[in-house]
Design a binder for this molecule. Structure first.
Ligand code: AMP
Length: 253
């Protein structure tokens, strides 16, 4: 097989260091004036694709993001990390995982990659659905939560961490892979690469141009803050602890 093209899917999310606040009206979380970054699992996806290119297994790495114009900044980060070019499917509409999967299918049909790599989960909505839905829509094999990926010819061997051990799958390309935390340790973008990334191609498309219906299928009823943690207390000794567990918490007979 000739060297392959890899599509890497990137979501712009609230930075993982930010303490997320719920909007007072309970319709969602505050995103105005808040630091946004590439979803951490997508950094792992970019890293894996770039490593495959460095090994000569991939010939081109294309980063794709669906969302507002601000996603361009996140795509530039992917370009600085080693992606060759980027595609933004631009919309200000709310995108649910099914809509994203449909948009990504349309991009995959245009680009014909042999491999699509996504994060296993976006850390904002924790949906963990997009990769699976994309594979189903494309009718391609999927290997989710990958902790090791080896490509040989027209197939990929993927190790996945499952309860009590590792599962090894062999899938035929083209396929969809989603990344787990231990797949690799992403590099940092260097200043020269950040400068070079500014000159790499970044194309824009729209859901309409792709002919994709992105109407939401789910309604968010309410978003609330997690329950406040009740203050803990100190006990003088084990005897007091056991007494409290028996009489107050009632977890001991
Ligand atoms: P989720 O299903 O929302 O947990 O997201 C899983 C993965 O799908 C993310 O790690 C991304 O790789 C990809 N993804 C989700 N939303 C988007 C988006 N708006 N644009 C591009 N990729 C996305």
């Amino acid at each position: 097989m000739t060297a392959m093209k890899i599509l890497v899917c990137i979501k712009r999310v609230i930075d993982y260091n930010v303490k997320v606040r719920v909007k007072p009206d309970g319709t969602g979380v505050e995103t105005a004036n808040i630091k946004m970054s590439m979803n951490p699992f997508d950094e792992i996806a970019v890293e894996e694709a770039v490593r495959l290119k460095e090994k000569g297994i991939a010939s081109e790495v294309v980063a794709v993001s669906c969302g507002a114009a601000t996603c361009q900044e996140t795509l530039r980060t992917a370009l600085a990390l080693g992606a060759d070019r980027a595609i933004l499917v631009q919309t200000d509409a709310e995108l649910q995982p099914l809509a994203v999967a449909k948009l990504l299918r349309a991009v995959a049909q245009k680009e014909s990659p042999q491999l699509v790599i996504l994060g296993k989960q976006a850390i904002d909505d924790d949906a963990s659905q997009t990769g699976q839905m994309l594979a189903a829509l494309l009718d391609w094999p999927q290997a989710t939560f990958a902790s090791k990926v080896d490509i040989a010819g027209t197939s990929a061997t993927v190790k996945r961490e499952v309860d009590g051990g590792l599962e090894t799958l062999e899938i035929t390309l083209p396929a969809v892979v989603t990344t787990d935390l231990r797949l690799n340790e992403p590099r940092y973008a260097t200043l020269p690469n950040i400068m070079k990334a500014k000159k790499k191609p970044l194309d824009s498309l729209t859901p309409e141009a792709l002919g994709v219906d992105i109407a939401p299928r789910l309604v968010t009823v309410k978003v609330t803050e997690p329950a406040k943690r009740k203050g803990g207390g100190r006990v003088a000794d084990v005897k007091e602890l056991v007494a409290k567990l028996r009489n107050e918490a009632k977890v001991l007979p």
